[in-house]
Design a protein around this ligand. Structure first.
Ligand code: XBP
Ligand code: MG
Length: 253
């Protein structure tokens, strides 16, 4: 039996975990990008859910282009179209956020704040690009948001997208801690797999697109951070730092 290590950091995914950015942000922005590019393509809510299986917005749109009869024939042109649509999508995403289209999921503002006050550090491990954080985080956490996070790892730091663990390895390296000293918070099967491949315990807060997904290997699966915790050693009406410590401990013994 290995000795239980103290919980020193929480590592948060962004899309789907901190906010419903996929359904209400990236999807909407992709549709605006299609229209701006003169394409009559459209991703409704269920269709986008199917394409979400491909991590990474550029990778997602590139795979979709391959299914379209009305897409360019040459590979280089398809690559260029994917890059152009992705750039447009990210600009549109910033507009959606700016227009107030995205808000924090339940518990996302409370729990990180409480954690920092009790000496547990915060980090980000996301497949999305840094520009999307720069658009979203001031809206969620206020102007000085960067000072709240001890490590930020995003697409530019980890080109191998989830379920590859690369982004978690980068976050752990920047935190200077071992995987056994952190807890990941994710919303999707790919995110959970990435965390587990990096040997992290992982709490899943199911997002809209993954309400019925299976989460093998999760420490716990809940609807959101304001849920009443039901694992051993946890008390109270909502998940608090004590509950996260108890969850982390159960995964380590
Ligand atoms: C998020 C993603 C991202 C977003 C879009 O996955 O897969 O690609 O959908 O962002 P996770 P980009 O929450 O597991 O990190 O267009 O910047 O890729
Ligand atoms: Mg996610």
């Amino acid at each position: 039996m290995s000795k239980t290590k103290a919980l020193r950091a929480l590592i948060f995914d962004v899309d789907g975990t901190l906010a419903e950015t996929e359904r209400d942000g990236h999807r909407v922005a992709f549709n605006r990008a299609f229209a701006a590019q003169g394409l009559d393509w459209h991703w409704d809510v269920p269709t986008y859910g199917r394409w979400l299986r491909i991590s990474g917005g550029r990778e997602r749109i590139r795979a979709y282009i391959d299914t379209r009869d009305d897409a360019p024939v040459e590979t280089s042109e398809r690559d260029a179209l994917a890059a152009a649509l992705h750039r447009r999508k990210n600009r549109a995403y910033a507009d959606v956020v700016e227009q107030g289209g995205i808000s924090a999921r339940r518990g996302v503002l409370r729990l990180p704040e409480a954690s920092v006050n009790e000496g547990v550090r915060l980090a980000i491990a996301t497949t999305t690009g840094r520009g999307n954080l720069d658009a979203l985080f001031p809206r969620l956490f206020g102007k000085g948001w960067e000072t709240r996070f001890d490590a930020i790892a995003c697409a530019e730091d980890a080109p191998n997208k989830k379920p590859d663990p690369q982004v978690y390895h980068v976050a752990l390296h920047r935190l200077g801690i071992d995987a056994s000293e952190a807890l990941a918070v994710e919303d999707s099967p790919a995110g959970l797999a990435a965390a587990r491949h990096a040997h992290l315990a992982c709490l899943v807060t199911r997002s809209a697109y993954f309400r019925r997904a299976a989460f093998p290997g999760a420490a716990a699966v809940v609807d959101d951070l304001d849920t009443a915790p039901d694992w051993p050693g946890a008390r109270g009406p909502r998940i608090g730092l004590d509950a996260l410590r108890a969850l982390h401990a159960t995964m380590r013994v």
